[in-house]
Design a protein around this ligand. Structure first.
Ligand SMILES: Cc1cc2nc3c(=O)[nH]c(=O)nc-3n(C[C@H](O)[C@H](O)[C@H](O)COP(=O)(O)O)c2cc1C
Length: 307
């Protein structure tokens, strides 16, 4: 990395050594630990945990599409208590701030999960995944409604006694993401992740069936980058909170484009599947670009788009 460039960024009260981290659910600290020097990346985001264990969706759960992947994992996890007892002790040993992602299908469970996590050590921030269906409201994702997004954010905010920032991860499957972003800000979010996957579907001509066991899934990877770029640009202009960009980042150039469009940090998702060490190379690429452009800090570059 080029040490002449100040790569640090601020997400609420949290200072990160650089703006690069993984997207939730796309990076296992245990299996990837051997391949990644954690001290070189800005943060690690854990896979979303829910209040109670979840089995996830029926297989097949993931398949490649042109320029991306589609998945319907369905937040399979062992629940927040198991996470605190078994996963967290291992994850907090890595030399990197840990962001814990929380997802739930009932409004009150968000606060319950956070209340348990508040008693645990070694967490730097929370990311609230509002893309999960709200089972009390016909299965529409919380993040599809400004009102539900505000309520979820408020219920988390009420339970947070620590200085840990609350990052709300928005779904792009909405008519007006800016309206949702403003609702999260009103609810007390410290930052916003823009955005989760795009709902899609793939079918198999041979079997005449949907490919995924869940019929629908979330599309990610390079295919979605231009779609999410628009959301990052619009949200970062409309809301005065740091935006973490998540959508199709595979190279330092992709990351730099998001930072230029207004993102304060970037999350690398599907690209980790083909190369777990990709985040370190993205960090190096950002630093070397800024150095050659004689830009002293990444924060000077953020939002520098001429538009
Ligand atoms: C297999 C898979 C599992 C995912 N699991 C989660 C999850 O548990 N929680 C979450 O907030 N996002 C989850 N995501 C979304 C990613 O974190 C990311 O926002 C999305 O894939 C877009 O980034 P990308 O195009 O770089 O992959 C998942 C994505 C994939 C591909």
């Amino acid at each position: 990395m080029n040490s002449a460039v100040d790569m640090s960024v601020k997400i609420g009260s949290l200072v990160l050594r650089n703006p690069v981290m993984n997207g939730s659910g796309t990076f296992g600290t245990a299996p990837y630990g051997e391949h990644v020097d954690f001290s070189r990346i800005g943060a690690v985001v854990a896979k979303s945990v829910t209040q109670n264990p979840r089995q996830g969706n029926p297989p097949p759960r993931i398949t490649e599409v042109r320029s991306g992947v589609i998945n319907a994992v369905g937040i399979q996890n062992a629940g927040v208590r198991e996470f605190i007892e078994r996963k967290l002790p291992e994850m907090r040993n890595f030399d990197v701030p840990l962001i814990v992602s929380i997802s739930n299908t009932m409004l009150d469970d968000f606060g319950r999960s956070v209340a348990l996590l508040e008693r645990a050590e070694g967490i730097a921030a929370y990311e609230i995944n509002v893309s999960c269906p709200n089972l009390e409201c016909g299965g529409r994702a919380f993040g599809m409604s400004p009102d539900d997004t505000r309520k979820v954010t408020e219920s988390v905010r009420r339970e947070v006694r620590s200085a840990r920032p609350v990052i709300v991860k928005l779904t792009p499957n909405v008519t007006d993401i800016v309206e949702i972003a403003k609702a999260a800000a009103d609810g007390g979010a410290d930052a916003l992740t823009v955005a989760n996957t795009y709902i899609g579907m793939v079918v198999d001509l041979r079997t005449r069936r949907p490919v995924l066991g869940n019929t629908y899934g979330g599309v990610s990877g390079p295919a979605i980058k231009p779609l999410t770029m628009r959301h990052v640009f619009n949200v970062s202009r409309a809301v005065s909170l740091p935006v973490l960009a998540s959508g199709g980042i595979c190279t330092a150039k992709d990351a730099l484009e998001y930072l230029m469009a207004g993102a304060t940090a970037v999350q690398v998702g599907s690209a980790n599947f083909s190369d777990p060490a990709i985040m370190e190379r993205i960090v190096d690429g950002i630093a070397s670009y800024l150095h050659t452009q004689e830009i002293a800090s990444v924060s000077e570059f953020i939002g520098s788009i001429i538009a």
